[in-house]
Design a protein around this ligand. Sequence first.
Ligand code: SAM
Length: 230
Amino acid sequence: MSVQNQFSKYANDYSSNNIIQQIVSKALVRDINSKPKRILELGCGSGQVFSQIDWKLEYYKATDFSQSMCDIHPQETNLDIYCFDFDSEEFWYNIKNEDYDIVLSSSAMQWSKNLSKLVNRLMAVSNEINAVLFTSNTFKSIQKITKKESPILDLETIKNSFLQYCDCEFEVFTYNLEFNNKKDLFKYIKNSGVSGDSDLNFKEAKKLFKEYDKNYLEFEVVFIKAFSKQ
Ligand SMILES: C[S@@+](CC[C@H](N)C(=O)[O-])C[C@H]1O[C@@H](n2cnc3c(N)ncnc32)[C@H](O)[C@@H]1O
């Protein structure tokens, strides 16, 4: 299943399966001190980031490539919601003549097919990006058993993509999310929106269920504050 379909499929019950995303999106907004008035958001989902903002905005552009997510995003007068793939030319043509105080993104940019190109483009429309990205160390013990590579970007690639064009501050956090039983744990992976394309066949899934001996799931995220190079 493509990443886009996976997010769309679970759009309606997504809020009950995204505890880590909720924690990191709150932290992302809490860390913004400048009260930016014009904001561009990438991978807005159901509006976790927008909903945390408690200061007056001039303009907010929320973008996501899943129409089902865009449909459940809160609506406001000074807010536009666009269904765009942030790696697409269509997205670039839409934003390239604009100017933002800040670009925000929570739990989304790890899916970029060309993160350094995306960062370069974003720095043309804003002097600052605040983002939090999951890294390939998310579900790392599971990958050890399945021997399948993470579908999301690794920390080094993420850092290098930003460092090419920006002065950066990075903070890496790991979270272990505990479950009462294995069934709930595996259901969470499927519905969480961070497992991507790595669907297992029946035999592989059975092996994983048998061999995974932890009662928690591992997540790794990197918080990034990126500024135009001095
Ligand atoms: C894990 S969700 C996070 C949603 C929201 N930012 C939050 O914090 O709850 C990731 C979102 O990124 C979107 N997304 C993933 N890849 C994308 C891309 N290439 N272009 C636009 N949106 C993308 C998905 O559709 C999904 O809504």
